[in-house]
Design a binder for this molecule. Structure first.
Ligand SMILES: NC(=O)c1ccc[n+]([C@@H]2O[C@H](COP(=O)([O-])OP(=O)(O)OC[C@H]3O[C@@H](n4cnc5c(N)ncnc54)[C@H](O)[C@@H]3O)[C@@H](O)[C@H]2O)c1
Length: 388
């Protein structure tokens, strides 16, 4: 009986959380990863060590760009469903290292598609990105809008993945779902992402680069919400949409078994607000190095009205408070712990006791689920709607 879920990029940030969630639900997971040095592989090994505590987890050290190895993985294991997260991530790195993206994101993805095709995989769920919206300015970003103007090679490879996946859904009736993630944050996060880079810079009194003079806006999604979304969507196998109309083609669906969803929080935050809140949480001023727009970056999407900005500020306070226990693990405790703000309860919007029952409460953050529920409420509502 085929009952194994293959997770590619299992030692990565999102792959680790997805694998853990699947294991916690009693699934059997095979995780493949090449543990590449894009960022410190020790972090990847540490994530793997957590997963390997479960006997239901099997690690395959391999490269998805190696066609023969990927074929062997599919042939040797009874794989039922696939969560494809392995990729060369990062927008700025693609400016200097374009071939890394072609190898992992295009050739690697092709190998996964072939493995799925020849082994009659029930459902392939793969990671796409909000960067795919590129030059689009219409807000909020919708999967139903055309996305034809990517501004980085990274985003272009993800766009290629969506097109490649659709062709396999059409030709071989392979059920595929693409998920566009929006800046994911949380424990075990990627050290190349802004939160960790800024925190390290502020604590070390080093200037932090602020692109486009700070005129940038991002939507942040908590990694637990992303993992929950992936796991739920994995069991929602797409069917051809009988209402799909080629005269007015909806990019998010098809007459093939194919779907595209945004997995975001729809709570955009301005970069300068983000930095101000980090300063407050760390008890230290940042040295800002104002820089022009970087090639490949998506600029500020829109300047929000004042009441929205106040709401974001509150939201980000909650985001940072939620992360402080994690930052505390990764930075020397004496530097940050004495100045740490208490965790905020999002239900009360103050650092107070929350009466909401919380099974996952801990000394580090007594409001863990309470805050996560609030921050992730749009994501969760969205995922519930999809998974109905
Ligand atoms: N983190 C985010 O904010 C975000 C946002 C949008 C989309 N995504 C997408 O989500 C997925 C996971 O991202 P992440 O943040 O966990 O990144 P990550 O870099 O932490 O994880 C990717 C993992 O894939 C592995 N990998 C890369 N190339 C490989 C190859 N050729 N063979 C085998 N393994 C390989 C890496 O070693 C790494 O462990 C990626 O597809 C990424 O593009 C992430």
């Amino acid at each position: 009986m085929r009952d194994l879920i293959l997770v590619t990029g299992a030692a990565g940030f999102i792959g680790f959380h997805v694998s853990k969630r699947l294991l916690d639900r009693g699934e059997k997971v095979a995780g493949i990863d090449n543990l590449n040095p894009y960022y410190d592989p020790k972090l990847k090994e540490a994530r793997l060590a957590q997963l390997q505590k479960s006997r239901a987890f099997k690690f395959i050290h391999g490269d998805i760009a190696d066609t023969d190895s990927v074929q062997d993985v599919f042939a040797e294991h009874g794989i039922q469903r696939v969560v494809h997260l392995a990729a060369q991530a990062g927008v700025r790195y693609s400016v200097e290292n374009p071939y890394a993206y072609i190898e992992s994101n295009v050739l690697g993805f092709q190998n996964i598609l072939e493995g799925c095709r020849h082994n009659h995989i029930e459902h392939l769920v793969f990671a796409s990105t909000s960067s795919i919206y590129g030059s689009n300015t219409k807000q909020p970003f919708s999967e139903h809008d055309p996305v034809e103007h990517q501004v980085s090679l990274y985003a272009a490879t993800k766009k290629a993945n969506e097109a490649m996946a659709h062709s396999y859904a059409h030709l071989y009736r392979l059920p595929v779902t693409g998920l566009r993630f929006f800046t994911v944050y949380g424990p075990w996060g990627r050290p190349d992402m802004a939160l960790f880079k800024f925190t390290r810079g502020i604590l070390a009194d080093e200037p932090i680069p602020v692109y486009n003079q700070g005129q940038m806006v991002r939507d942040f999604t908590y990694v637990d919400d992303v993992a929950e979304g992936v796991v739920r969507i994995l069991s929602v196998i797409p069917k051809p949409n009988p209402d799909w109309n080629g005269d007015a083609p909806d990019p998010a669906t098809s007459n093939a078994p194919y779907r595209i969803y945004n997995i975001g929080n729809n709570q955009p935050v301005e970069l300068l607000t983000y930095i101000a809140v980090l300063e407050k949480a760390l008890g230290k001023k940042a040295q800002l190095e104002m820089l022009p727009m970087q090639p490949g970056d998506v600029p500020s999407h829109r300047i929000p009205p004042a009441d929205e900005r106040r709401r974001w500020h509150l939201e980000l306070r909650q985001v940072v408070s939620r992360l402080l226990p994690d930052l505390n693990i990764r930075t020397p405790a004496p530097t940050i712990a004495p100045k740490r703000n208490p965790p905020m309860c999002a239900h009360h919007a103050t650092p107070t006791t929350c009466s909401v029952p919380d099974a996952a409460a801990s000394d580090r953050n007594p409001f863990k689920n309470c805050i996560a529920n609030q921050i992730g409420r749009n994501t969760s509502a969205r995922v519930s709607a999809i998974a109905q």
